[in-house]
Design a protein around this ligand. Structure first.
Ligand code: ADP
Ligand code: MG
Length: 301
């Protein structure tokens, strides 16, 4: 009987095929890989990515996020709530290194990358006065969000892709497709392993990591820089100093979920290698890898 069952299991595993699809959302190529014995609901999975972009985007003027910023306060939907609540928890934990209210500062440095001109002291002062995670207030009873100052701009660029990857994976699993991987650029969420394997192999900083029901995110890619006076300013900003990071640090974080991996990878880049290592050492659920050359993105299977 046992042998028969084992044989059946082998048969089922052998019948599995690899399905793969890719689409661009949130300005990033999302790649979905699924092992299954029938076609997975790929359309539904990408529709979820679109739905999340409609809610969380800081580029789309009509996103739920931007409507909230214009109104100054609003009752928000479940996704935006989850992302903001997690963001605030991580801000508190990281002493403000992660900060979704840094939108005005992020925009200044984004413009600098486009035009090659650095922000002026006045521009930076104003942007910093609109930044600070304590200026973002959440009321869990009513699921209401309030911005303390008008002109504040929330930016979920450091957390939304990881959340999306995790949510797409969760959707696949809930539809009976747990052997899946979702990679949104450097934000990867892995589910159950491919048949006959112990996990999904992902390459980070030249090392091959095998992931099962875990996520990994890498921040600090070397392409997103503006160069001025021999300095390179990253698209990741230090919210307190109001400046783009200048150190060429690459941080990769392995965590239980996509949202945590993404946000921690951004936060730990701001904290720097030494603090980041200490931070991770106190948290058994995460694992950090650091590349001081500032290079090396993931290559997923
Ligand atoms: P990538 O976009 O390359 O995956 P990240 O996940 O680190 O890299 O996200 C960087 C983005 O996060 C920036 O483009 C900006 O939108 C936002 N951001 C920058 N600095 C911070 C910060 N200190 N805290 C939270 N978000 C940030
Ligand atoms: Mg991030």
């Amino acid at each position: 009987m046992k042998a028969l069952l084992a044989l059946l299991a082998v048969r089922l595993l052998c019948a599995m095929e690899r399905y793969e699809a890719a689409e661009t959302h949130m300005g990033t190529l999302f790649r979905v890989v699924v092992w299954a014995d029938s076609p997975p609901p790929i359309r539904e999975v990408f529709a979820r990515a679109r739905e999340l972009d409609d809610s969380l985007s800081d580029y789309r003027p009509e996103s739920e996020l931007n409507r909230l910023c214009r109104a100054g306060q609003a009752e928000v939907g479940a996704d935006l709530w989850t992302v903001l609540e997690t963001a605030q928890r991580i801000s508190r934990e990281t002493g403000g290194a992660f900060d979704v209210t840094a939108g005005p500062v992020v925009r200044l440095w984004r413009d600098a990358r486009r035009t090659g001109r650095l922000p002026t002291a006045g521009e930076l002062r104003r942007a910093r006065s609109l930044t600070g995670w304590r200026k973002l207030r959440l009321d869990p009873r009513l699921r209401r969000v309030k911005l303390a100052r008008s002109g504040m701009q929330l930016d979920l660029g450091g957390i939304a892709k990881g959340y999306a990857a995790g949510e797409m994976l969760r959707l696949l699993s809930s539809r009976g497709f747990p052997r899946a991987l979702v990679a949104a650029g450097g934000d990867i969420a892995a589910g159950d392993p491919p048949p006959g394997r112990t996990g999904w192999s992902v390459e980070v900083f030249g090392e091959t990591i095998v992931l099962t029901r875990r996520a990994i995110s890498t921040s600090g890619d070397s392409e997103q820089f503006v160069e001025s006076g021999g300095k390179r300013y990253s698209h990741i900003v230090d919210p307190k100093r109001g400046s783009g990071l200048t150190s060429r640090i690459g941080v990769s974080v392995e965590a239980p979920s996509g949202i945590l991996a993404d946000a921690y990878a951004t936060a730990l880049s701001v904290m720097g290698a030494e603090k980041a290592r200490r931070f991770a050492a106190a948290r058994p659920e995460i694992r950090v890898r650091i590349s001081l050359a500032g290079e090396g993105l993931h290559r997923a299977p």
